[in-house]
Design a binder for this molecule. Structure first.
Ligand SMILES: *Cc1c(COP(=O)(O)O)cnc(C)c1O
Length: 373
């Protein structure tokens, strides 16, 4: 699904040098490279503050911790996504409120969002799933009307551009009150271990976020807040500084691969290529097909036999996960999420796919689909 080895080989001298620099400095935690990476990412995104932390899940948790919420306050998040947004809400004693998604973009559905809002709704966490932005104009309009915080989860869409109704084009993660991202190795900007960050334009909030990552400490050994220990280590920051320079090139490679897939698979019986949002660029964290009456297990086996990986992101909606049955949602309460879980299929998507590989993958899909029909 990804080719981290190939990606490393291309920039090996630069990465090795960065790692050696950290080894020589022997400042493994809170080295100056962390601050420099935060500044460089802030500049890239066009946002005032980036606060690095241990991973993307911590970024969500620390973000929620900084908001002064009370037990039982409601946090709205999509039902078709990775577990983190729901998990951290539950951990903090908040009430996760799930909403259905749009069948085309896989992102949070605005009508369902409006219906889910109650007087206890304090935060909306839109997840920019698979690489393109949720409908931020509408989400911000609803949130601003009701005084609700918008906390973007950009883990899959870092570097995507969103064009707002105002005509302004801005980066994903800079539109809400704050945002979180992950530098897990397979993410569009990935390090060589775990890493994450929060982003905000609010300087007061930024200072609170930074304190929470470091035991709630502002002045040494004076603890103002209940915090955690969640830091990006210097080695990861040094690696990310190198890789940030290539992020636009990486996105270009992903888009080229997606364009190839689109062209080769469009119009095939039973195969629906991913819809592209009218207001967001797509950075293709995943290239996800929807299958209609194509045997999903069959096609996955066919591809596997030819050495081609494929994955189901995500096989089970969150509301029927064992850990979240207590939320009490009816099994058929989210028709779109349910249908997507049984029909999506993600193809290999990374920066190192070449024409020969892409042709081999799409030829194999065509072979399966036409053989069956
Ligand atoms: C990867 C991911 C996360 C979690 O990031 P980790 O660094 O693995 O904790 C959260 N949200 C989304 C949408 C993700 O894809």
């Amino acid at each position: 699904m990804v080719d981290l080895h190939g990606q490393y080989q291309r920039i090996k001298p630069e990465i090795d040098q960065a790692i050696q620099r950290v080894l020589d400095s022997a400042v493994f935690v809170k080295g100056s490279e962390v601050k420099e990476f935060e500044n460089e990412l802030a500049q890239y995104l066009g946002i005032k503050h980036v606060i690095a932390c241990g991973n993307g899940t911590d970024a969500l948790q620390i973000g929620l911790m900084a908001l002064g919420l009370r037990p039982g306050d409601e946090v709205i998040t999509p039902n078709f996504t990775f577990i983190s947004t729901v998990e951290v809400s539950a951990l903090l004693g908040l009430k996760p409120v799930l909403v259905d998604v749009e069948p085309g973009t896989f992102n949070i559905d605005i009508r369902s969002l409006e219906k889910a809002i109650t007087p206890r709704t304090k935060v909306i966490i839109p997840v920019h799933l698979f690489g393109q932005c949720a409908n931020m104009d509408e989400i911000l309009r609803i949130a601003n009307e009701k005084g609700i915080i918008v906390f973007e989860d950009v883990a899959q869409a870092l570097s995507a551009d969103c064009t707002l109704k105002s005509g302004k084009t801005v980066k994903a993660g800079t539109m809400g009150h704050m945002a979180s991202t992950s530098f897990f190795p397979s993410k569009n900007l990935g390090c060589f271990g775990d890493g994450g960050a929060m982003m905000t334009n609010d300087s007061g909030l930024a200072s609170t976020l930074a304190a929470i990552t470091h035991h709630g400490m502002r002045k040494r050994y004076y603890y103002d807040l209940t915090g955690v220990n969640s830091r990006l280590d210097t080695m990861q920051a040094a690696i990310l500084r190198v890789k940030l320079k290539y992020l636009n090139d990486y996105t270009r490679s992903r888009r080229q691969a997606a364009d190839w897939y689109d062209k080769a698979l469009k119009g095939l019986p039973g195969i629906e290529i991913p819809e592209r949002s009218p207001f967001s660029t797509h950075v293709f964290h995943q290239y996800t097909l929807k299958l209609d009456k194509v045997d999903r297990e069959g096609i996955m086996k066919h591809l596997e036999a030819k050495g081609i990986p494929s994955m189901i992101y995500y096989p089970v909606p969150l509301h029927v996960q064992q850990a979240f049955l207590y939320l009490g949602y009816p099994e058929n309460g989210f028709p779109v999420s349910g249908k997507l879980c049984s029909s999506v299929l993600s193809l290999p998507m990374h920066t190192e796919l070449d024409a020969e590989q892409l042709k081999y993958i799409t030829d194999s899909i065509v072979e399966f689909v036409t053989r069956k029909s």
